[in-house]
Design a protein around this ligand. Sequence first.
Ligand SMILES: [Zn+2]
Ligand SMILES: [Zn+2]
Length: 267
Amino acid sequence: MLDLHTHHKRCGHAYGDLEDYVQEAILRGLPILGVTDHSPYFYSHENHPYKQLAMSITEFDVYMEEAVRLKRTYQGQIEVLIGVESDIFKEHIQLYGEMYAKYPIDYVIGSIHFVSPSGIMESLDFNTASEEQKQQEVLRYVEIMKAGIDSGWVQIIGHMDGFKRGYPAFTGLLAPYVDELLKRMAARGVALEINTSGMQHACKEWYPSFDVIERARFYSVPVTFGSDAHHPDRLTTDWEKVRDTLMLVGYRQVVYFRQRKPFLMDL
Ligand SMILES: [Zn+2]
Ligand SMILES: [Zn+2]
């Protein structure tokens, strides 16, 4: 059992200190916990834009130092992997890669929360958008994901079909692009995250959907697990179900990363 996707209060919308998650993970018997709070907006001229979405740029140093300290403190009880859930912005791929190269990061989860820096807080409303607008938005999303997969600094693609979050009807919107994306991930050794947080939202599904997990197996894409917990109580949510599902489609191992190198854990 492991959990590679967790947040804490630094991002402004999660609960608990980093250490609360580590202690909860020890209580639950996890051998490995990944800490992956949201990346700051590194490209911004302001130190802390969007205070409810992510930590400030200067806080990133403090986050890294605290994670390193916890890794050492709890060594022997649990392995704390140091990560970040990073936005992928096509315009800033290089900048983000350069930032992460400066830190002792075990892995980066690359996620798309917004299709452009200028689109933050004003995402397309899929309920009222025209068919053409939706297609364009998904195409942008796919292009950004490709750039992330090719970036060299993304180890895991986070909530691959996350745009379905509030829109159950759009579960299949990624379908025409899934094979191409998965093949690209397999070729680059970029892992697919099974993220169980979607069950809390209107889509009532994991990210990605079951059919994508099956396709990922077909293309031998490495997989891993993340609860995307924003509260310590949510750690490892649905792990057993995810494990059974992965076994069902033929997976026998999940992947994790130390210093950006892949290691396997038996299911
Ligand atoms: Zn969050
Ligand atoms: Zn996310």
